[in-house]
Design a protein around this ligand. Structure first.
Ligand code: NAP
Ligand code: F7E
Length: 341
């Protein structure tokens, strides 16, 4: 029988790529969707027609229990979160509730539906759980590159909430013998990336300038460095973690780091434009506390899971610029959820 997966965050970038990947692997895929009139659900219905939808919200414990009871999943991928770092300062409590406490509610739904108690541990055939953890937990880094043993020093309410989810996932594994893993993923991008994140903001900005739809691009800190990879590669690592013999945590990244300035140069070059004529610095876009440097050491994933990234930074940026040029020239509005390449 096909394995059955339940994905929270199905309407997001990673949810879409993971759903496609799991469908390719022969899974029955279910996506958790929330809200009465969430426009992103229509996009999922249109582009992921083989995904079945179940209602639920990471803020609502009962809804998660009902979803797990209905779907009877073999694997749960918890990708749902408030994931935009600047928003986590503006709505810190909501971020804690969704990105942090949401992990507790999902783990509890699995525990209750599986009949696991402190005296009755998880058995074989148990539901396997993936938690979408983040390199933002490393924050002000203590060493470079960062691996599974690097200490955390998160720099935003988002990073703090993710650290809670990470430790809770480890704790449910240790307390109840659950197959629960935390994937510590570094930044991953794609033509489906939300327009608020810097890669997509830059590639959309470049495409608008190239097509004469804009004359400048306002950005914050150009010196921050990130380890940027391709989302399509990273969702494969999520599945591999849940197929491993033992539940363990893994760092996923490319092992290379670039600055936002280098991202900008690469994107403008991909459209044969001179970036210095268009980019305007904006102090309002700087963060109260910045993560200056991230660079992954993905050796454990390479050795134990056989996972390798396949798309290099310049290729990723060129792919995103090309996709945004196409979308905009077709008259689509990428800020609208109806367009999803
Ligand atoms: P994304 O595009 O921002 O998607 C976030 C998803 O969370 C959306 O589907 C959203 O659904 C859902 N969500 C928000 N509030 C919810 C709630 N109360 N209940 C249920 N679902 C809710 O994020 P992404 O880039 O795909 O990332 C996926 C996960 O990986 C996130 O947890 C993110 O924090 C983490 N992560 C991402 C990266 C990265 O570079 N992309 C790196 C490390 C970790 P709605 O349509 O209902 O709003
Ligand atoms: O910022 C700088 C900004 O918002 C990257 C999320 O998926 O990855 C993501 O978090 C850098 C920062 O991503 C602008 O200051 C400059 O240093 O694209 P971002 P992020 O904060 O790294 C991690 C791994 C996650 O887990 C998160 O969910 O770019 N930057 N100027 C800017 N950033 C934005 N957004 N907009 C600017 O104008």
């Amino acid at each position: 029988m096909a394995r059955r997966a339940l994905i929270t965050g199905i309407t997001g970038q990673d949810g879409s790529y993971l759903a496609e990947h799991l469908l390719d692997q022969g899974y029955d895929v279910w996506g958790l969707v929330r809200g009465q009139a969430n426009p992103r659900v229509a996009r999922v219905r249109r582009l992921l027609q083989d995904v079945q939808l179940v209602r639920g919200d990471l803020l609502d414990q009962g809804s998660l229990i009902s979803a797990v009871e209905r779907v009877q999943p073999d694997e749960v991928y918890n990708l749902g979160a408030i994931s935009f770092v600047p928003m986590s300062w503006e709505q810190a409590e909501l971020t804690a509730e969704v990105t942090g406490m949401g992990v507790l509610r999902m783990l509890e739904a699995i525990r209750v539906c599986s009949g696991i108690t402190s005296s009755r541990a998880a058995g074989s055939g148990q539901i396997r759980f993936y938690q979408a953890s983040s390199s933002e937990m490393f924050g002000q880094v203590r060493e470079t590159p960062q691996n599974e043993r690097t200490p955390f020093h998160p720099r935003s309410p988002y990073g703090v909430a993710k650290a809670y989810g990470h430790f809770l996932t480890q704790n449910y594994r240790e307390s109840y013998g659950m197959f629960a893993v935390s994937g510590i993923l570094f930044n991953h991008e794609s033509p489906r990336r939300g327009a608020e994140f810097v890669t997509r903001k830059v590639t959309l900005g470049v495409a608008r300038i190239k097509l004469g739809l804009a004359s400048e691009l306002r950005l914050g800190n150009l010196e921050a460095r990130r380890d940027w990879g391709y989302a399509g590669d990273y969702v494969q690592a999520m599945r591999l973690m849940l197929q491993a013999g033992t539940p363990e945590d893994y760092v996923i990244g490319t092992g290379h780091t670039q600055s936002v300035r280098e991202l900008v140069i690469a994107a403008f070059e991909a459209a044969q434009l001179d970036w210095e004529s268009y980019v305007v610095g904006d102090q309002a876009l700087h963060r109260p506390a910045e993560v200056d440097l991230l660079c992954a050491d993905p050796k454990k994933a390479r050795v134990q899971l056989g996972w390798e990234p396949t798309v290099a930074f310049e290729e990723l940026v060129a792919m995103m610029v090309e996709s945004d040029l196409k979308l905009l020239s077709e008259g689509a509005d990428p800020e609208q959820d109806s367009s999803w390449p």
